[in-house]
Design a protein around this ligand. Sequence first.
Ligand code: SF4
Ligand code: SF4
Ligand code: SF4
Ligand code: FES
Length: 949
Amino acid sequence: MSVDFGKHIDMGTPIPLKIGGLVTLQVDGQAVTVPQGASVMRAAAEAGVKVPKLCATDTLDAFGSCRVCLVEIEGRKGYPASCTTDVEEGMVVSTQSSALDELRRNVVELYVSDHPLECTTCSANGDCELQDVAVSLGVESSRYGLAGAGHQAASKDDSNPYFTFDPSQCIVCYRCVRACDDIQGTFALTVSGRGFDSVVTAGQADSFMDSDCVSCGACVDNCPTEALMEKPVIEMGLPERSVTTTCAYCGVGCSFHAELKGDTVLRMVPDRAGQANEGHACIKGRFAFGYATHKDRITSPMIRERIEDPWREVSWEEALKYTADRFREIQDTYGRDSIGGITSSRCTNEETYLVQKMVRAAFGNNNVDTCARVCHSPTGYGLKTTLGESAGTQAFNSVASSDVVMVMGANPSDAHPVFASRLKRRLREGAHLIVADPRRIDLVDSPHVRADHHLALRPGSNVAFINAMAHVVVTEGLEDSAFIAERCEQEQYLKWKEFISTEQNSPEATEQATGIPAADLRAAARLFAEAGNAAICYGLGVSEHSQGSTTVMGIANLAMLTGNLGREGVGVNPLRGQNNVQGSCDMGSFPHELPGYRHISDPAVRGLFEAEWNTRLQAEPGLRIPNMFDASISGNFKGLYVQGEDVAQSDPNTHHVEKALKSLECLVVQDIFLNETARFAHVLLPGSSFLEKNGTFTNAERRISMVRKAIEPLAGLEDWEVTMALSNALGYPMDYKHPSEIMDEIARLTPTFSGVSYEKLERLGSIQWPCNDAAPDGTPTMHIDEFVRGKGYFAITGFIPTEERTTRKYPLLLTTGRILSQYNVGAQTRRTANSEFYSEDVLEIHPHDAQERGISEGDWCGIRSRAGETVLRAVLTERVQPGVVYTTFHFPASGANVITTDNSDWATNCPEYKVTAVQVSHVTQPSEWQKEYREFATRQEELLDKARV
Ligand code: SF4
Ligand code: SF4
Ligand code: SF4
Ligand code: FES
């Protein structure tokens, strides 16, 4: 539940799914017209009539268990429940009568006989639907008394770190059970026992923490009483105010109400009007926000001459002047191109835009790059080449119309959980699922969802796989010829057709490379091609390869080939990792592209920016992140400004990255914590968390959503203000009073954003770009009548195996991924109770491979690659196939990137995180790197502590 801050009126039952005609009826003498299939309760709510209810809520299908919503309907016997009765034309409904009052009071008194109205001492006082109903019916006590058997002595389950379950407050309305089943799709809850003994239980487990519960909070949101309640609310009382904002974790971009008491955020309540999440959330956005006020937050600017020196706290003015002076000295000594900047996909569009503007205008070069370099840069390249736009083609809710969904190299239930819940709902309705992933992700087999095909391909064989899928479609005549003829470049298609039809692309010929039995692949290809609507969702398991861009183009080819673009239910859906990775790319964070993906070498585009920015821009693209590192080691690159990125942990080949960072003369890190990169810094500028700033994020479906300030920045400035001040200190003037002015500038300069403004975002809730004169309210589905590039382009996607091969020395393939409760480099989630769910990275290894090496569950194992060595604890599981090992990368001491190589995508330099040949052996102590890391990290913490003392 959320306190009613006037944002949402619960209509009792959902909008009917199938919109038929309209029906007009009378409710308490008022005529009201609603869609066919709506409930009487919803019609009454539309007419402004509030019918008492307990088990109904508009996020869940009606259940009809509580019997307080009874009404009278002319011509019908008895008192039907309004939540489970559909409207009919001409129906005459009365919601008020003395008989109804008596019936409802009787029901509520029965509840109250086991649920004393001790509301003034209850933490839900003012936020309890039972209390509301009792008050509205004038029930203050129960004529049945409190003396009989009851549940008041039942003990609380407070095993979950974020919420409690108090059975004594439970009215067994099943809302939590239905929320877990229908919204979240985890099916963790049941009601055991019958009648009086009915009790909500977390599966077969003793407690929520021991159950399958994934702490999404949907049950808590939907509980009408205090039975399921957030711990901060129990401890501190109900919130007093609410600010609607956007989650700063993953690319789903869920909308939340940050509910506060004073300046303390008590809870994040998912926004039922949120267009990306429709009222749902996952553990990270819903509960893991405590990092924002963690004691580790950096709240004062700091400087030091050398990384061996203690930090010195200074004023903002001194820190910015010091930075500007150092950067200018470096440029005077080593040349204009010796400094650069890295923008953050965690920061807002406006902040990212300003950093790239500062680099281009104040630094005077194009040495700007972003973390998308290491995740989805191949998406930008591949989709731009084939379809003409560097972004996904659909809205998330498009999947509700899909008949077949292929999930490739993505793990939505861990990395994009709210999208996963929506997808699972569609799968439970009967859509088919193909999973192409080396590992058996949860989606393959979860409650009431089973993949039709799990194609467990070998890491590094994506291109062979996607080509084989297309080969089957073409050679079996399953292509959509009409779509291809109308929408795609014919000459190129014929060339591509010849290429893809060759035997080398057949499932049989690629079987050895992919490890997928040819018959399985053929069956999956037929299922995909013959579907009415088939969609492809993919993730970093596609992009982070030496042929990442090729695979993305292969995916686009398959979608065009089968006519699955340009309408609901189909398309190419890259699941973006970070909250604003789409936005940081849109905002011109790449060295070769200005905002809106326009090449820096285009004089007309440059002229536009030069006129607005009043400066001259360099026509040559600048350095990418890996080039910056190489240039630093070779001595040509000396100064770097990193906003909200942790390259020391997230980028591949840690030895190389650390060497590059140590070679810099001035490293400036702006972050909320002393992250791994900041340990090598000379200037530390405090960052502001998403709760402390205004701006916008753009999610994976191109949806621009507002980020609103809930509390003042702990260090006094929002990140955009810091970049602006640094630019001014460098002598390039910037003067914005509010991020809305930055967005206005973006809109002036970027055709796909020309219709975007804060006023429109406030009015529409969110906007999916392109938003311009042609699409004033935005574009949920792209490429409807034609592709952005005009005709679709079938790129030739020859399979070139990665250089990273297994050998006798390195016989296993390591691949990496994420886990639900931790996020990316873990800087935020590690500073929350989420670590109770996952406190260290582990190595998943198949029991057969483990046995061969004498490794048992929980043993320390050394993982050695051509790049380095690290040590992790072993988890024996058949989720990974023999020959493949898997780990996450959320904890810096794990050193996952010590072992990843610096192989990268041929087109974009995106690192090949997903394929590293390794050997694994039983060891008894940490690796040398881990020992050095601990020593260095401890020393840096001490240097920070000294400054703080
Ligand atoms: S928190 Fe989510 S997963 Fe856990 S029981 Fe509640 S609804 Fe189910
Ligand atoms: S815990 Fe809450 S939602 Fe679940 S049955 Fe009890 S009262 Fe209803
Ligand atoms: S799904 Fe992503 S955006 Fe939504 S709450 Fe979870 S982490 Fe945040
Ligand atoms: S609200 Fe209708 S039966 Fe409970």
